[in-house]
Ligand binder design. Sequence first.
Ligand code: VGL
Ligand code: ZN
Length: 206
Amino acid sequence: MEALILVDIQHDFLPGGALAVTDGDAVIPIANQLQSHFDLVVATQDFHPENHQSFAANHPGKQIGNVIQLNGLDQVLWPNHCVQGSSGVEFASDLQMDKVAKVFPKGTDPEIDSYSGFFDNGHRKATGLGDYLKEHGVNRVVVVGLATDYCVKFTALDAKKLGFDTTVVPEATRAVNLQPQDFEKAIDEMAEAGVKIISSTEILNY
Ligand code: VGL
Ligand code: ZN
């Protein structure tokens, strides 16, 4: 059983959004095309309360991009984004959602961030995605979405650690690139961890 994991394809990560990823909307048509090639499609949703401690605005005197210590973990400070109840938290309007069997919200605890779709950044609590995939007999996952250097990377690394045969399709991802090489670094880091890196054509032409 193969599952496609759509990571955080939400308004706030698209051009014009609160944490816009350059060219983020380019992932949508590929994500849509890929879906019919999978037994199961699931999505993760960055889903923060207004008082989330990853927001620079909740730390007077701190700037976006600063790194703080949050409950023992390094935390990059972001603009307010994907706030529950806001339009920015919604999935991209052009993203096909009818095949998505289940949505896994993450980042709901104000005290800890959650880049991975499987666990928070401290690996303290699971979202349920890992158990869900295993219950559905999934042994292989393909990860696409936003952003390559944060939520895609940590979702793929956790999938691999959990024992799934894990693939990332780079052209179906875009990076935040706080540093200019972060996209390439993220791809290299995933490859070194045993994540397969392939082109979407390898799936679409199969
Ligand atoms: C993400 C930064 C903060 C992501 C989420 O989806 O990659 N990045 N929250
Ligand atoms: Zn977030």
